[in-house]
Every structure is written in structure tokens, then in C-alpha cells.
Design a protein. Structure first.
Length: 101
């Protein structure tokens, strides 16, 4: 079985970073998902699509995959780039572009 190990990114619906510290092991999809003709929801008959195992570190997830004989790929997270900003910068005389609403 081929699995993917990754660290989830923060969702667009929240400003916090809850749930981004853990590592997730999930199987790659083996069967395609199909839309349900009645409701239009996308689903699959393979229940492995629903499995997600969380670990506190990348090494624990790799060890679990090796112990159970799984082939795995590790997806490294991108480094966050924080740009310091201040509200007062909107009204600075050194501002390069025009301020608009």
C-alpha cells in the first residue's frame, strides 16, 4: 500500500494554526471518486479513503509505515515567511503606492 506522510497546512477559514503541528499518514487513492447521481455528493466504495492517522512527529509516522510494510512518500512542509506589518504603514509618507479603500 502506498501512503503519504505530510504536515497539514492551516485552513483558510481560520486565523490560527491549530492542527498544523501534527503529522498525518493517509493512503493514496486507489479507486476514483464518483458523484452520487441522486445527491451529487462525491464518494467512493473504498473505505481506505477515510483513514487518516495522526502522529506527533515525522519519525513516528515513518516508523509506523515501515513496521506495517507500507511504501511511503514524505511531503515536507514549506517554511512560513512572515512579513512584519503595522497599521501605521498605511499612512506613511514613504509609502510607494497610493492608499485606497
Amino acid at each position: 500500500m502506498l501512503v503519504r506522510i505530510y504536515q497539514p497546512s492551516k485552513t483558510a477559514m481560520q486565523s490560527g494554526r491549530a492542527g498544523t503541528k501534527s503529522w498525518v499518514l493517509e493512503p493514496d487513492l486507489t479507486t476514483p471518486r464518483k458523484p452520487d447521481p441522486l445527491m451529487g455528493w462525491v464518494g467512493s466504495s473504498d473505505t481506505m479513503n477515510q483513514v487518516k492517522v495522526k502522529f506527533s512527529s515525522k519519525e513516528e509516522a515513518i516508523e509506523y509505515a515501515r513496521r506495517h510494510g507500507m511504501q511511503f512518500t514524505v511531503q515536507e512542509p514549506k517554511e512560513r515567511q512572515i512579513k512584519p506589518k503595522a497599521y501605521a504603514d498605511n499612512f506613511s509618507y514613504k509609502r510607494k503606492e497610493r492608499w485606497t479603500h
